[in-house]
Write a protein that binds this ligand. Structure first.
Ligand code: HEC
Length: 138
């Protein structure tokens, strides 16, 4: 009788340890972007769950790399982002440009020119990494 009680108690102790260990492994904090990974994603030939043509297929780095007829230059994105939309930080603007590109359409381009469905095809981590990278292109 005493022995089985001890068994039950130790089983409960072991189980609660296991539960705590599993819960502890999960991070619920905000996703932190990594600029280095972001640059790799940005320059990749294809990106996302649909293997769409990557960011750099439209966005040339600067005039030396080619024209900006398909998309604004990558260089200077962070600086432009600071003042594009009043009240929006560079970080917020860049993130919105990726997730909801028609919210603000850069002059000389048309609504829909920017790839429209990254919000469904990229993970939260990938988006955070891309934003972190673009914030370094001042
Ligand atoms: C099909 C071509 C195309 C692809 C692919 C593309 N973009 Fe764009 N992007 C554009 C165009 C065109 C604009 C300007 C029109 C607009 O504001 O929607 C733009 C605008 C932007 C802007 C705002 C730039 C500014 O100066 O305000 C950011 C930031 C951006 N894109 C990031 C990305 C990232 C990150 C990717 C890859 C995940 C990407 N783009 C893929 C065409 C593209």
């Amino acid at each position: 009788m005493k022995k089985s009680l001890l068994m039950i108690v130790s089983l409960i102790v072991v189980l609660s340890f296991l539960l705590a260990a599993c819960g502890g492994g999960k991070s619920d904090g905000p996703v932190v972007g990594n600029a280095e990974n972001g640059k790799k994603l940005y320059d990749a030939a294809t990106l996302g769950t649909n293997s769409a043509a990557g960011c750099a297929s439209c966005h040339n780095f600067d005039a030396a790399a080619g024209k900006d007829d398909k998309a604004p230059y990558t260089q200077g994105t962070a600086t432009r982002a600071e003042t594009r939309v009043p009240g929006m930080s560079a970080e917020e603007y860049i993130k919105e440009s990726i997730l909801n590109p028609n919210a603000y359409v850069v002059e000389n381009y048309k609504e829909g020119d920017m790839y429209q469905t990254w919000n469904k095809e990229l993970s939260e981590q990938q988006i955070a990494d891309l934003v972190a990278y673009l914030l370094t292109e001042k």
